[in-house]
Design a protein around this ligand. Structure first.
Ligand SMILES: NC(=O)c1ccc[n+]([C@@H]2O[C@H](COP(=O)([O-])OP(=O)(O)OC[C@H]3O[C@@H](n4cnc5c(N)ncnc54)[C@H](O)[C@@H]3O)[C@@H](O)[C@H]2O)c1
Length: 391
């Protein structure tokens, strides 16, 4: 007897004034990669099975899953054989590469009726989404995320972009994929060092919006915190959190800012390290510091603050925090400068998205925009707290 696969379907209904009503489907199923042709044909806005479908992937993921995906799509689409491979790694997320990708699409005869598939991690997803948005003023695309971070975070929500010399994600658009197809079995080949980036976003989502996920993480044995057995079953719930928040606030003028918890301090550390420290490690450090700020400001309940610190410390024990991270925390002037240039901060100072309880975020200052004003002194104190923590 054939085993039944579990499938989660999460529709995100979007309604923005300039783009009208749209739905993005998030579908999570082990092995969905094998049937992607059927799935795409079912959800496509165009029912033309002769349309061109171009897969964009990177040099690692292409080797692992490229031909499997093509076999799945070719069953349905007659012109589905094109794949464009980019070099794996953050450096590929550039305007030069976006432009080169557009040239390649044009040479393949990609038209407005065509669709792109982003097969890979957040780099492939952000770059492909960006190109899908600008190529011929916008074509349909699908996300097929293969890292934990991309499955629980970056593939959902329609943020696309490229990095520039003056910073990460400085050029970008909001362009929703028609659907996100998540095959958790692809995580089986993901290097362990990449898992931590996804774990940081899972813990963040739990503190922001779901106490039950937080409790499940707390219940995991020390050594299981980073194991796929613990993490895979959480994927649908974490996707649901992001889906609900994005549906309420597609362009991040309100509650979507809550997903930035841990990222003001985290981005400052990541940027100060010239991106040599992984995003996940930096966000974990950021959550420790920002939880402390929330507690100092009497926003975060004492018991929940202690519980969050306990879980974050357990994570810290699992991942090595380098001497470099410790050294960077000594440069408070630079970290403050970087925090002040964070997207949430304003001319009047640093802003952070902070928790009130595990599962609930503060609505913030008088504007209710989920961004809490934090003085420079408090920011520096949180860096000191972090330093003592890591000593
Ligand atoms: N759009 C958003 O909302 C959003 C949110 C968070 C992060 N991001 C962006 O995401 C990017 C980071 O994404 P990432 O962490 O997925 O990194 P990544 O895309 O660079 O992937 C990490 C590495 O894992 C490899 N890989 C991917 N899937 C694999 C698999 N199944 N098996 C083996 N190897 C695999 C890749 O080739 C790469 O070497 C950053 O550019 C960040 O800015 C975007």
């Amino acid at each position: 007897m054939e085993a039944t696969r579990t499938r989660a379907e999460i529709p995100i209904h979007l309604e923005s004034t300039n783009k009208g009503r749209r739905t993005c489907e998030v579908i999570i199923e082990d092995g969905i990669l094998d049937n992607l042709g059927d799935e795409i044909a079912e959800l496509s806005s165009s029912k033309d099975l002769g349309r061109r479908v171009v897969t964009v992937t990177d040099s690692h993921v292409g080797k692992l899953y490229g031909s499997k995906l093509l076999t799945g799509i070719s069953k349905e689409f007659s012109s589905a054989s094109s794949t464009i491979e980019i070099k794996a790694g953050e450096k590929s997320k550039s305007l030069v590469n976006a432009s080169a990708l557009c040239d390649k699409l044009a040479k393949l005869g990609t038209d407005r009726n065509s669709a792109l598939i982003a097969l890979g991690g957040g780099v492939v997803g952000d770059l492909t989404g960006f190109v899908a948005c600008i190529y011929k003023r916008g074509i349909e695309y699908f996300q097929v995320p293969t890292t934990l971070l991309a499955q629980v975070d970056s593939s959902i929500g329609g943020k696309t972009g490229v990095d520039t010399e003056w910073g990460k994600n400085q050029l970008g658009t909001f362009h929703q994929p028609r659907a996100v197809f998540i095959d958790p079995t692809t995580l089986d080949t993901l290097p362990k060092k990449e898992t931590i980036n996804g774990v940081a976003e899972i813990v963040k989502s739990a503190i922001v919006a779901d106490r039950r996920i937080f409790d499940r993480l707390c219940d995991a044995q020390e050594s299981d915190l980073l194991s796929l057995e613990t993490l895979k079953p959480l994927i649908p719930s974490v996707c649901r959190i992001k889906a609900q928040i994005v549906a309420k606030d597609e362009t991040e003028v309100g509650p979507r800012a809550t997903l930035n918890f841990g990222h003001t301090v985290g981005h400052a550390i990541e940027s100060a390290s010239s991106y040599s420290l992984s995003h996940g490690r930096c966000v974990i450090l950021g959550m420790i510091a920002e939880s402390w700020v929330a507690w100092q400001l009497d926003l975060f309940e004492e018991r929940d603050f202690s519980r969050s610190q306990e879980l974050l410390e357990r994570l810290l024990n699992e991942i090595a925090v380098s001497q470099k991270a410790r050294q960077l925390l000594g440069n408070k002037k630079e970290l403050t400068r970087l925090a002040m240039s964070d997207k949430k901060s304003t001319t009047s100072g640093i802003r952070m998205s902070l928790p009130e309880r595990i599962g609930r975020m503060s609505v913030g200052g008088p504007d209710g925009n989920y961004k809490v004003p934090v003085s420079n002194e408090m920011f520096v104190a949180s860096i000191n707290y972090l330093r003592e923590h890591l000593a």
